[in-house]
Every structure is written in structure tokens, then in C-alpha cells.
Design a binder for this molecule. Structure first.
Ligand code: DC
Length: 245
């Protein structure tokens, strides 16, 4: 099942087979559309390398959640700027991944609600939001030893990243993964998930600012027929090769 493929955690066997000691502190970016497996893969990879993991989609979702809670209109640029000035995000790394704290409240679970996905995509097209989050992301990335996932990591936020990946999969596969992930949490049908995902892909890849697209030098991996282990194996081969140069 697609969700089994997408929810496993680190595998000691993989770690033992690969000699990852001596990998330098690198900045690795993983971009791609929703449901391509970025989060699972980024966590897996950062675990194996002993790196930190940065989920930048969570930041856009955090802004979207606050935007909704405060009832700001999408067209109200001043209201949006005022709201952003009042937001303080903190990322806390815990065993189970990254927790997002906004003004001392843990919003990690709230931002995963399906209705926040479309809103995050809409607010992410606003220049004031992208500028605000750019600084936060670059401050974190400056420390290296990081796997950063998002839509514009390799193209805009970290153009000098050491290694860039672009992870993709067919729309049907991505929708099925997301549907399985949200079973019991959301009432959306598979068709609804697929339609919404298609809509979000279009929004994210056609916006003027930082559209979703691979950096010219990105390694493109299609995960449609691959499980996370296989994707991570491919990435490790590229990382080890880069490190030995
Ligand atoms: O990765 P995600 O599904 O959690 O991201 C939610 C939305 O945030 C996505 O539809 C577009 C936006 N986003 C972005 O514009 N740039 C990023 N680096 C990450 C996410």
C-alpha cells in the first residue's frame, strides 16, 4: 500500500550498508509537489546523516492558520503585514520530527488539517509572506548540516545549496498517499483529494514568485514506483559521490 511506503522510519540495515561517516556538513534541498514523499524522505535522510530537518511547508501552513484564526482577507495586504509582525515562529526538533511553535502555542497538528493546505498555497503567493519566511529559513540554513524541504529551496531560498533534489510522482500516486495519510482524520474522498492536489500544484507552479520548479542542477527523482528506502538509497549514492569529490 502506498501509505506503508511513505510512513516508515530509519532502517539500521541501510545505515550499516552505507558508510556515512565522514560526510561533511552539507546543505541539502528537496523540492517537489505535495505527496511526492518529501517529508518522509527528508526525515529519513536527516536521521541517517545526523542532520537537522527543515520543513518549510510547515511555516507557510503556520501563516495560513493564523491568517484564518484572525480572519484576515487575502486581499488585505496591510492586514497581512500587521499579522506577520505579530507572529513569532520557533522550530523544535523532537524524536518524532519537527514541532512548530507560534507565539508559544504548539500548532504542529493544527496546520495539518486539509483546509489549511489550500490556504497555505494561497498565502504563499503573497510577496510579503515569502519575504517574511525567507529570513527565517535562511537563518536556519546558515548552520549547514541540514535537509530543507519545500517548493523553492534549491531555486530561491538556498541557491548555493550543496546538493539539490527534486522529488516527483504521478498525481494519482501522490493523491492516494495523501488520502491514506488522512484516513480517519478527513472526510475527503480520493477524488476530492486528487482534484485539490491538482489545483494546488497549478497554484504553486504557476505563481510569479518562486514557483515550484526544479533548479537546473537538481537531481530529479520520480518516486511513483519507488518506496522511501529506494529513494533514500538513490539520494545517498549522490551524496556520497559528492562528498568524495
Ligand atoms: O509542503 P506543504 O504541502 O506543507 O506546503 C504547503 C504550501 O506551502 C504549498 O502548497 C505551497 C507553500 N510552500 C511554498 O510556497 N514554498 C515552500 N518552500 C514550501 C511550501
Amino acid at each position: 500500500m502506498a501509505d506503508e511506503n511513505i510512513t516508515h522510519r530509519s532502517d539500521d540495515g541501510l545505515l550499516k550498508r552505507r558508510n556515512l561517516e565522514g560526510i561533511r556538513p552539507l546543505l541539502i534541498t528537496i523540492d517537489g509537489p505535495a505527496g511526492a514523499g518529501k517529508t518522509t524522505i527528508s526525515r529519513e535522510l536527516s536521521d541517517l546523516l545526523g542532520y537537522r530537518y527543515l520543513d518549510t511547508g510547515a511555516l507557510y501552513r503556520g501563516v495560513a492558520l493564523k491568517f484564518k484564526q484572525f480572519g484576515v482577507s487575502l486581499e488585505d495586504a496591510d492586514g497581512l503585514s500587521r499579522l506577520l509582525q505579530r507572529l513569532e515562529f520557533k522550530l523544535k526538533i523532537v524524536d518524532s520530527g519537527m514541532r512548530l511553535i507560534c507565539n508559544d502555542t504548539d500548532i504542529t497538528d493544527a496546520i495539518r488539517m486539509p483546509e489549511i493546505s489550500m490556504l497555505a498555497s494561497a498565502v504563499s503567493a503573497k510577496p510579503v509572506v515569502r519575504d517574511f519566511l525567507m529570513e527565517i529559513q535562511r537563518n536556519i540554513g546558515r548552520q549547514k548540516s541540514i535537509v530543507a524541504e519545500g517548493r523553492d529551496m534549491g531555486t530561491v531560498v538556498f541557491p548555493d545549496a550543496d546538493i539539490k533534489f527534486f522529488l516527483n510522482a504521478s498525481l494519482k500516486t501522490r493523491a492516494l498517499r495523501r488520502f491514506n495519510e488522512h484516513l480517519g482524520v478527513s472526510t475527503q474522498s480520493l477524488e476530492e483529494v486528487e482534484t485539490e492536489m491538482h489545483h494546488r500544484d497549478t497554484n504553486d507552479s504557476t505563481r510569479i514568485l518562486a514557483p515550484l520548479k526544479p533548479a537546473p542542477e537538481a537531481h530529479i527523482i520520480d518516486s511513483t514506483q519507488l518506496n522511501p528506502h529506494q529513494v533514500v538509497e538513490k539520494m545517498l549514492t549522490i551524496i556520497i559521490d559528492y562528498n568524495s569529490r
